[in-house]
Design a protein around this ligand. Sequence first.
Ligand code: SF4
Length: 246
Amino acid sequence: MNRPFSGKEVETFFARLAKMDPEPRSELSYRNAFTLLVAVVLSAQATDKGVNKATEKLFPIVDTPEKMVKLGEAGLIEYIKTIGLFRNKAKNVIALSQALIDKHASEVPRDRAALEALPGVGRKTANVVLNVAFQEPTIAVDTHIFRVGNRTGLAPGKNPLKVELALEKCVPPKFKLHAHHWLILLGRYTCVARKPHCPTCVVRDLCRYPEKTQEGGAAKPAATRPKKKTVRKPAAKRTRAAHRGS
Ligand code: SF4
């Protein structure tokens, strides 16, 4: 078993990721809390890029639960049929839109239990929505974070919940809000599944992975990502819009 991280090492680990990208953002495109929720539901077992491609025509015209219910399952399928499991996802999105209208005055609830009670919404989706839409310090463990948590030895665990709880315990409060995004970026662009880019990884000296790659392997700077051309609202505006769900 690897030597556990000391508090100082965890602090250094996140301070380095924070330096690379002080204000990390979700790579999913969305317009408000509702479209964020829909995008996260659609992203299960799909790439953010694939979801963004499908929603770039959908969200400009369908950005409320009412409009989504009006569009209907068959109408929604036309927009999302390039995404895996689209039939089931369409069914869930229409059902969750109806539930938001019926039980939450068409607003996305800022409450884990209420979110997880929505069709197609599990713990990971609830964590993303709480973190991105409501700035709650939750850490949603996806495939990238699960891999990074285990490989580095920062938060080992046999399943996503164990990794999430380990991260909850070790991440210093000041880094918790953005920890989710920093770890995703590290896993998505540097600590990739097949051949991690260890030679240029900013946490290489802290990482306990015994099979680090050597010089000569493909390398990209840690926690960086390709520039995308999405137009973003200013942070304050976006936050307010997300709270309003409009
Ligand atoms: S050193 Fe390698 S294995 Fe460790 S976190 Fe960085 S990329 Fe991943």
